[in-house]
Design a protein around this ligand. Structure first.
Ligand SMILES: Cc1cc2nc3c(=O)[nH]c(=O)nc-3n(C[C@H](O)[C@H](O)[C@H](O)COP(=O)(O)OP(=O)(O)OC[C@H]3O[C@@H](n4cnc5c(N)ncnc54)[C@H](O)[C@@H]3O)c2cc1C
Length: 378
């Protein structure tokens, strides 16, 4: 397999890195404190087509594909995971619309999301379930030519922004999970105050309340009662973003660890001279390289593979490894910093908090092990 990046891919990677250094980095401290991504960052990301990457050109997208997406998101997450997660959750929802939507649904919902005027969401989790679709309680009752939705969704990303929301509910006809496209901010739609998360500050996370939300029948995504495959597909393709964020976090841990090892001195010599520090740096390099190839390969598979079942297993395998590597890398980075790494003034403490997020989201790590084992043992 040849992973030499094309000129275009290198350019996209560089653009994302430059933008992150110049236009996100100066705001990270304030973003951490205020827990929001500023409008100028969203519009700058939109100008770089970061919301349009996986959307086909015929629907107003950039058609850049999953490899470029991985490269760009890694660089953004290296500086700040909040904005990276906004893009990742947006693309998780869009992957479902692109794969299961009708031509009319794609024409209606993709072009504004490509421009970043609308930001997409995906709502499965409820207070009683984050891993088991059989426990859904949100309902969609047939009403004339459409459906009336009632229920509440927990921990939904991007739900405060206008745009399409792929929402899972039990429909009154099939009595099974069905996916619907809901326009956020419609009548009967409301959200909670933002959750105060441990990490990924700046990423929008709220609960959603649906009170007699009316949607037309043409907003059913896929077939009635067929929500589960859409959920599985979204969770698998969503992991491309999750892995890219964990990879960016690992890169940040490596860069910050190396920087500090060269800057901090003891008896006039940098601590990089200590073999104990060198061993940690070597381990950081190994963690980053193994995560890098797994994540780039996942982008490659998404761009070139139509075998969905195999992709779901590969995505689970990558997430299981890359999310844990990020945690280990963050711990090593903290170790290199000694007590300074515990201080908010140092990036190492943010990286440590950010690395804790991935293993618990979009399928906890145990579920990844179950997906891997059931694929191998079937
Ligand atoms: C920042 C953030 C963003 C999020 N964004 C979204 C979003 O946009 N849309 C959305 O729908 N959700 C979102 N979520 C929710 C998230 O995906 C779920 O919370 C997550 O899947 C875990 O579900 P849970 O918290 O209910 O944990 P549970 O499923 O209750 O798991 C709790 C524990 O039980 C274990 N466990 C559960 N089931 C099994 C099993 N079958 N076998 C073995 N062990 C098991 C787990 O490993 C875990 O240790 C987000 C969460 C966060 C924190």
């Amino acid at each position: 397999m040849d992973f030499t990046l094309t000129k275009e891919e290198l350019l996209i990677q560089k653009m994302a890195r430059d933008f992150s250094n110049q236009s996100i980095q100066p705001h990270v401290e304030r973003m951490e404190k205020e827990n929001r991504t500023f409008e100028e960052i969203i519009s700058g990301l939109a100008d770089l087509d970061m919301f349009a990457m996986i959307i086909p050109e015929q629907f107003g997208g950039a058609g850049a594909g999953y490899i470029s997406y991985v490269l760009a998101l890694e660089q953004i997450a290296r500086v700040a995971c909040g904005p990276a997660f906004i893009i990742s959750a947006h693309n998780l929802a869009l992957s479902s619309i692109i794969n299961f939507g009708t031509e009319e649904q794609k024409a209606k919902y993709l072009s504004k999301t490509a421009r970043g005027e609308h930001i997409a969401s995906f709502a499965f989790t409820e207070s009683a379930t984050g891993s088991d679709p059989k426990q859904l309680t949100t309902v969609a009752v047939k009403d004339g030519g459409g459906y009336v939705l009632n229920g509440a969704k927990r921990f939904i990303s991007n739900a405060s922004y206008p745009g399409p929301l792929v929402l899972f509910a039990l429909d009154s006809e099939s009595k099974k999970p069905t996916a619907f496209i809901v326009e956020k901010k419609c009548s009967g739609y409301s959200v909670s105050e933002p959750w105060k998360k441990l990490g990924w500050h700046g990423g929008d996370l709220v609960d959603i309340y649906l009170k007699d939300v009316k949607i037309p029948a043409e907003n059913v995504l896929g077939q009635l009662g067929n929500g589960y495959p859409i959920l599985q597909y979204g969770m698998a393709y969503g992991k491309i973003g999750m892995n890219s964020i964990a990879l960016g976090t690992t890169l940040a841990a490596l860069e910050e660890g190396v920087k500090y090892a060269k800057e901090k001195t003891h008896r006039g010599e940098p601590i990089a001279k200590f073999q104990a520090i060198q061993l940690k740096v070597a381990e950081l390099c190994a963690l980053y390289e193994s995560s890098r190839w797994l994540t780039y390969r996942l982008g490659f598979l998404a761009a070139n593979n139509n075998d969905y079942k195999n992709f779901a297993k590969e995505a689970a395998l990558a997430k299981f490894t890359v999310a844990r590597n990020a945690q280990e890398a963050a711990r090593l980075c903290l170790d290199i910093h000694g007590s300074y790494g515990l201080m908010e003034e140092y990036a190492a403490s943010r990286i440590y908090r950010d690395a804790a997020m991935g293993p618990q989201i979009e399928g906890v790590l145990h579920l990844q092990e179950i997906i891997i084992a059931s694929s191998v043992l079937s």
